[in-house]
Design a protein around this ligand. Structure first.
Ligand code: MLT
Length: 408
């Protein structure tokens, strides 16, 4: 008799975003013709920029000719893309990361889940509350937790991120082995300063922990002194893995390309306490379970670093951040308490009159035909909050804000 992985039974019914999609589709079926504006899942709406499209086409054309056709590529990614990343995202900014530390993948969602596989089963994992749900759900799927209880899984160390701590968690008293951090933060839009990140790097160093740093939103940073990479912090190469993505940065949510940085010096321990390099393990996993991102997609991603690509992508990001500015201003004027939206494409707002997050979701959907994400879907500390994404078109953004202003 075949048995299921019973840990899946501990998971909540549906992953947050499909659940929102289900409720929205139900509403649309019952109310055909309503113009529902979606600001829920952080999915981009502007097309790929011309420099990226051109390179994408060239990649496809190369695949169409015998002389330039390519079969399997290197699992870790083509050197031209790894080198472009190392140069533009790191070396040119004074950060010591080489092409060899970079592993190209089809998404940070997969990488942040898959990374746990190379670490021991007994590791204690710390995550923020509220948090991008993938970190918790994949920990559960891997069988590293107990039951679900009042919004938390037993066995995970939850680090509350509240208005009082500016959505930056305190260093946990119970020492974790793996620490998920995400800055600019999804869902709160908060950022961590260099001083704050330094505290985490020192804490990880002292406790022989590893920080799993999700920097998927670094391109949206507008303020000068905010760190874009954990490797801007001294000592981070020894204790941190960084995840980055072209999804939001360059509109690749449907195209799929991301990367994970695992520096040479990063170590974890065998059962005898001997320090071993982590990179060969991730390389082993990657080359065994993954056959690389398609050549045209990698060509397209490399074009993000061309002169035209950089200019065009920065214009798209500025467009989304102007949406964020409009939203932040409109919601504040409408009387909402609002966070984020300055260095991240997410606005984190208190619900109206202390409503629960899901009640507010229903009210907004039914009365304003606007969709957002209930804060409680990211964890119990998100209760009473609501997340709006800044990725809608400008007209829809303005229209949604007008409708919210008119809400009774
Ligand atoms: C979000 O809305 O939180 C993100 O779009 C989800 C993701 O990147 O997987």
């Amino acid at each position: 008799m075949v048995r299921i992985n019973e840990h899946y039974l501990k998971l909540q019914a549906g992953y947050l975003f499909p659940e929102i999609g289900r409720r929205v589709n139900q509403y649309i079926s019952a109310n055909p013709g309503k113009n529902v504006i979606k600001m829920g899942i952080g999915d981009v709406t502007l097309p790929l920029v011309p420099a990226v499209v051109k390179a994408f086409h060239e990649g496809v054309d190369e695949m169409a000719k015998a002389e330039t056709f390519k079969g399997y590529g290197p699992e870790q990614g083509y050197a031209f893309l790894r080198e472009a990343i190392a140069k533009n995202d790191y070396k040119d900014k004074g950060i010591d990361i080489s092409a060899d530390d970079i592993f190209i993948s089809d998404g940070s969602k997969c990488d942040t889940g898959n990374i746990q596989e190379i670490f021991g089963h007994d590791n204690k994992i710390a995550i923020c509350d509220p948090v991008y749900p993938v970190y918790a759900d994949t920990t559960v799927m891997a069988g590293k937790t107990g039951r679900y209880n009042s919004g938390h899984f037993e066995g995970i160390i939850y680090m509350p991120c509240t208005k009082e701590n500016s959505f930056i968690p305190e260093l946990p008293k119970e020492i974790p082995d793996l620490i998920f951090l995400c800055y600019p933060n999804n869902p709160t839009g908060a950022v961590a300063s260099k001083e704050e990140l330094k505290k985490w790097v020192d804490y990880a160093t002292k406790n022989k922990s590893i920080i799993l740093y999700d920097a998927a939103y670094e391109a949206f940073i507008t303020e000068n002194d905010v760190p874009h990479s954990i490797y801007e912090i001294e000592g981070a190469r020894q204790v941190a893995i960084e995840f980055r993505s072209f999804s939001k940065t360059a509109g690749f949510t449907g195209t799929r390309c991301a990367f994970t940085v695992v520096p040479e010096e990063l170590k974890a321990y065998d059962p005898e306490g001997k320090a071993l390099s982590v990179k060969p393990l991730w390389n082993r996993r990657h080359t065994t379970k993954f056959n690389g991102v398609s050549y045209p997609v990698q060509k397209a991603a490399a074009a993000v670093y061309s002169e035209e690509g950089k200019k065009e992508v920065s214009e798209v990001i500025a467009y989304y951040m102007e949406n964020a500015r409009i939203m932040k201003e409109s919601l504040t004027r409408a009387g909402y308490e609002v966070f984020g939206g300055v260095n991240a494409p997410y606005i984190w707002a208190r619900t109206m009159n202390g409503m629960s997050s899901w009640d507010f979701f229903d009210k907004l959907l039914n009365e304003a035909n606007v969709v957002g994400t209930p804060g409680s879907g990211f964890g119990p500390a998100g209760e009473g909050y609501f997340r709006f994404s800044a990725f809608a078109g400008r007209e829809n953004t303005i229209e949604a804000m007008e409708r919210i202003k008119r809400l009774k």
